[in-house]
Design a protein around this ligand. Structure first.
Ligand code: NAP
Length: 258
């Protein structure tokens, strides 16, 4: 299927590994030029070279996307963009009573205010050109909260509220914004969560992964490739009637009907 976005230009934030990388690869396969961001230069350069081998131009920008300075550098390198994939690392787990104002501000900066700032920076140009796509990587926890991820639940729900209104304000101008909500996926983050479970329970890493996979009706973790394909579709010419949606990619783990 031709997604109809060959020759477009995308910023993919936090895209040297995991879900962001899956999105960058599937956009590149669709012929999209990529401005690829992450903090660590070495992994970023390696990812950029591998994605460029798919036949598109890839510009790596090593920067912390949760800082104003980092965002400025990414935006300066990108110039006019047609597609924005917002992503960053998630906040740490904990207990509701432990978090200070500073902890909340950090989580809000990373997982709510940074993606909002990126949208505010690129959407005016998209409106002027009459075409744009934004995908925000949030979390299945937005719809099915995970108790110990209170910082994440809080910040990502705030972003979801912003997208709910904004997506409807800009849809008539050709700019389409949606959110992708990952459940458990086979990335470095999943390995670190599996490691925590294996240490807490005194079981092997494989046993911990099998235990967590058993909680998913699909019986396995999702893959960055599947996730990236969903992202590329939401960035395609065919997504113009999908407005402000929150698409769960969780293998059926959340027991909800709508
Ligand atoms: P991952 O495999 O650990 O990859 C994270 C990527 O983001 C890396 O490329 C990392 O590179 C980059 N990154 C992190 N913080 C950044 C920052 N401040 N600025 C720029 N780049 C940054 O993580 P993932 O599993 O793909 O997760 C992506 C997002 O989805 C996270 O917010 C996570 O909480 C959420 N999520 C994941 C899952 C899952 O099962 N995987 C489930 C629900 C939600 P550098 O470290 O070099 O910057």
């Amino acid at each position: 299927m031709d997604l109809g976005i060959g020759g477009k230009r995308a910023i993919v934030c936090a895209g040297s590994k995991g879900l962001g990388r899956g999105c960058a690869e599937k956009l590149a396969e669709a012929g999209v030029e990529i401005i690829l961001n992450a903090r660590g230069a070495e992994a970023l350069e390696a990812a950029a070279a591998e994605i460029a081998a798919l036949g598109v131009r890839v510009t790596p920008v090593a920067a912390d996307i949760t800082t104003a300075e980092g965002r400025e550098r990414v935006l300066a390198a990108a110039g006019e963009v047609d597609i924005l994939v917002n992503n960053a690392g998630g906040p740490p787990p904990g207990l509701w009573s432990d978090w200070s104002r500073e902890d909340f501000i950090k989580a809000l900066d990373g997982n709510m205010l940074a993606p909002i700032a990126m949208m505010q920076a690129v959407i005016p140009g998209m409106i002027a050109r009459g075409w744009g796509r934004v995908v925000n990587i949030t979390s299945a926890a937005v719809r099915a909260p995970i108790a110990q991820l209170g910082l994440s639940n809080t910040a990502r729900t705030g972003l979801t509220g912003f997208v709910a209104g904004t997506s409807r304000q800009v849809a008539g101008k050709g700019v389409i914004i949606n959110n992708l909500l990952p459940g458990i996926h086979a990335t470095d983050r999943a390995v670190s969560l599996d490691t925590a479970v294996s240490q807490a329970k005194g079981i092997t890493l494989a046993e911990a992964a099998a235990e967590r996979a058993a909680t998913i009706p699909a019986g396995r973790y999702g893959t960055p490739e599947e996730f990236g394909a969903a992202c590329a579709f939401l960035c395609s010419q065919y997504a113009g009637f999908i407005i402000g949606q929150n698409l769960m990619l969780d293998g059926g783990a959340a027991n909800i009907s709508i």
